[in-house]
Design a protein. Structure first.
Length: 339
């Protein structure tokens, strides 16, 4: 007589199989998996037993079902190559992973409809929290997240109207300090180069720029906002545009180190002496800012610290249910040889 063997997952087990084994409907199984607190303990245990027998879910997810909680945190970013994104992610991982949380990372590619589609899917699952970068979000996304009853962290830059939790630098203050430094060093004809930025971030940088320039009764009109990636090529290609429009230019503020280094390369090609003929400064303090020639003066943004502080704040909210809405992380001026 053969002994019945426990069924094993072949990878093709469906939610209907779980429902049939548990003797319930598929909608009941779906509800138990997504929001286990909405079903009775007896029913949840019955469904969990079917899940285990069929191997329908990974052990981690089954554990989440049993404890009526999730240890998955969703993170949606516009672009994984975004300045500082990998460092912020590393800071988050440093704090959240030892606490048993896993980050599910998704990219919206700067498309509103893609962000909405991603978040609609993620919010339908049993995630513990959501993390976004401090950029503009649609009214739909903001409303979904406010109604989601989970912690929502916007990180990277301080906002005046955060959805929930917010940690980052003050972009207005940082750009003001960078521009003010050039003015104090005697530069009179200063330009600002932006490229393919989120409109909200562009407005923040522009606000800080205008604030410094107008405080000293200087023209704030030397601005180019190129619809191009903020990289070396754009920095190099836009410098001639500045020199053509404003031949008197004596200093250039770039909103990323990559733009600034591209401008430096173009200066070398044109035999423009930096900083004697033209000062160039960046934003971010990336690795390239330290090795370009001359080394780049820049505004340092502590991306890893922003990530780790965001991780700590999320843990505090998840474990204790309290944390203040916003926290500003200080940026710092790195003086080098380009101005």
């Amino acid at each position: 007589m053969s002994i019945p063997r426990k069924r094993r997952s072949t990878g093709k087990v469906t939610i209907a199989d779980v429902a049939q084994l548990a003797g319930v409907g598929t909608m009941t199984v779906s509800r138990a998996l997504r929001t286990p607190e909405q079903v009775s303990d007896k029913l949840r245990e019955k469904i969990e037993a079917a899940v285990h027998e069929l191997g329908y879910m990974p052990n981690l997810a089954a554990s989440a079902l049993a404890s009526a909680s999730s240890h998955t945190i969703a993170m949606v970013v516009p672009n994984l190559a975004e300045a500082g994104c990998s460092e912020m992610f590393a800071g988050l991982q440093q704090i959240l992973q030892p606490a048993g949380y896993q980050i599910m990372l998704a990219e919206s590619q700067h498309r509103v409809e893609q962000e909405e589609k991603l978040l609609e899917t993620l919010l339908a699952s049993n995630i513990a929290a959501a993390i976004l970068l401090s950029v503009e979000h649609s009214t739909t996304v903001r409303q979904w997240l406010k109604n989601a009853s989970i912690p929502v962290m916007e990180m990277g830059a301080i906002r005046s109207d955060p959805i929930d939790m917010n940690i980052g630098i003050d972009n207005v203050a940082a750009m003001y300090e960078l521009t003010e430094m050039l003015i104090q060093r005697g530069y009179q004809n200063i330009g600002l180069l932006c490229a393919n930025q989120e409109q909200w971030i562009f407005q923040q940088h522009l606000h800080g720029w205008y604030k410094a320039m107008l405080r000293h009764h200087m023209s704030p009109n030397r601005v180019i906002n190129a619809a191009l990636p903020p990289n070396f090529s754009t920095g190099a290609s836009q410098l001639p545009e500045f020199l053509l429009a404003w031949p008197e230019l004596d200093a250039l503020v770039c909103v990323s180190d990559e733009l600034a280094c591209g401008a430096l390369y173009e200066c070398q090609r044109r035999r423009i002496k930096v900083p004697d003929d033209l000062a160039v400064v960046g934003f971010g303090d990336s690795d390239v800012s330290q090795v370009c020639q001359p080394p780049l003066t820049t505004m340092a943004v502590p991306h890893r610290k922003i990530g780790s502080e965001a991780g700590r704040a999320l843990l505090e909210r998840l474990n204790q249910g309290n944390w203040s809405d916003r926290k500003s992380i200080a940026s710092s001026l790195c003086m080098r040889e380009s101005c």
